[in-house]
Design a protein around this ligand. Structure first.
Ligand code: NDP
Length: 330
């Protein structure tokens, strides 16, 4: 089986030299184990943080060990009654073509019309992130205006559509290209959208939000968060999901300076981790399945072929090469 390992801790933007491809012989299955042929693996922004040797909510990747992370596939050999051959499963065993281990390391997935890759994105972790962030963290209410950065990505494209379904009256998004801005309006139903590379975020946001914003779903941090703090209405909330603009930055990232607005406009900023909201998973799974099947939510994926190209997929995603969820087809 083939796997991708981290072999050096990147400083700034990672390079292919920080990784290696390793092929190994797998042992025979022990009792209670299964062997899974991965079909898609996930590359995610949080993985950049795990490449650093710094304490965080999740331990650093070990050097010389597989890049762990979400993957979906089917059982191809089984020594566990609970997971017969053919069962679609989700695991966290990462960037490898074959995953093998005790059956409890694999979560069975429903057989639906969705491609398995959807369980890494809209119907999976990134979809739940959008749901939890809007509903529980931001406390989105009917009739509010929502601004979402990173809006053409995996979390953002779903967040835009969920905001509408959960009652927002106006949804604004930002992304890094004209093509993505067009998609936000034409495909994901954003009312207003802008390319953050076209000018100061605060000016473009003000122009898009004549009546201010009530909720900010932050995927980007930095200048975007600073702009949102300027434009949030009294009582506004920001769900701090991520700050990808700083992940590859060496030294201190730029950040919001106008913190006074938090006081004078009685704003609430709250960071969150999707893993702490897994109690929402059952209701999310049920509602999302309905929204996906009746077309209320659409999703896109950017697919890179070949497990050996996982690093390029990851590096591309960090630079905006993806629309919707970036996945690797094994
Ligand atoms: P995306 O699919 O959104 O991919 C990352 C995107 O980030 C790129 O496509 C790119 O789009 C954008 N980007 C890269 N650099 C910058 C920059 N300097 N300024 C603005 N945008 C930039 O990834 P995800 O949807 O998986 O993740 C989105 C965010 O959500 C990340 O911050 C991630 O860490 C966070 N997250 C947090 C979770 C949690 O539990 N809190 C769970 C999952 C994700 P563009 O072309 O528009 O620049």
């Amino acid at each position: 089986s083939t796997q991708i390992q981290l072999i050096a801790r990147p400083v700034g933007t990672p390079t292919p030299d920080d990784f290696r491809v390793v092929t190994e012989e797998l042992p025979a299955l022990a009792d209670g184990e299964v062997r899974v042929g991965n079909e898609f693996i996930s590359v995610d922004p949080y993985m950049r943080g795990r490449m650093n040797d710094t304490p965080s909510y999740i331990p650093p990747f070990r050097l010389g060990a597989v890049m762990t992370g979400g993957a979906v596939g089917r059982v191809i050999e089984s020594a566990a009654d609970s997971l017969p051959v053919g069962t679609p499963v989700l695991s966290f065993l990462g960037w490898r073509d074959i995953a093998q281990g005790p059956a409890d390391q694999f979560t069975p997935l429903p057989e639906t019309d969705l491609p398995l890759s959807a369980y890494l994105g809209a119907a999976g972790m990134t979809g739940l992130t959008a749901y939890a962030g809007l509903l529980r963290i931001a406390g989105l209410r009917t009739g509010e205006t929502v601004f979402i950065s990173g809006a053409a990505g995996a979390v953002g494209s779903v967040a835009g559509q969920l905001a509408r379904l959960l009652g927002a009256s106006k949804v604004i998004g930002s992304a890094g290209s004209a093509e993505k801005v067009a998609l936000l309006k034409d495909r994901y139903g954003f009312d207003e959208a802008f390319n953050y590379r076209d000018g100061a975020v605060v000016d473009q946001l003000r122009a898009a939000a004549a009546d201010g914003i009530d909720v900010y779903f932050d995927n980007v941090g930095g200048e975007h968060l600073e702009a949102a703090l300027d434009v949030l209405n009294r009582g506004g909330r920001a769900a701090l999901c991520g700050a990808i603009s700083a992940y590859n930055t060496e030294g201190e990232p730029t950040g919001p300076r106008n913190m006074g607005n938090i006081v004078t406009r009685t704003l609430r900023l709250e960071g969150f981790l999707v893993g702490q909201h897994s109690d929402l998973q059952p209701e999310f799974a049920q509602r999302m399945a309905a929204w996906l099947s009746d077309g209320s939510v659409v999703f896109d994926e950017t697919v890179v072929d070949g497990i050996e190209n996982s690093v390029q997929a990851f590096l591309g995603m960090m630079k905006g090469a993806n629309t919707g969820k970036m996945v690797v087809r094994v």
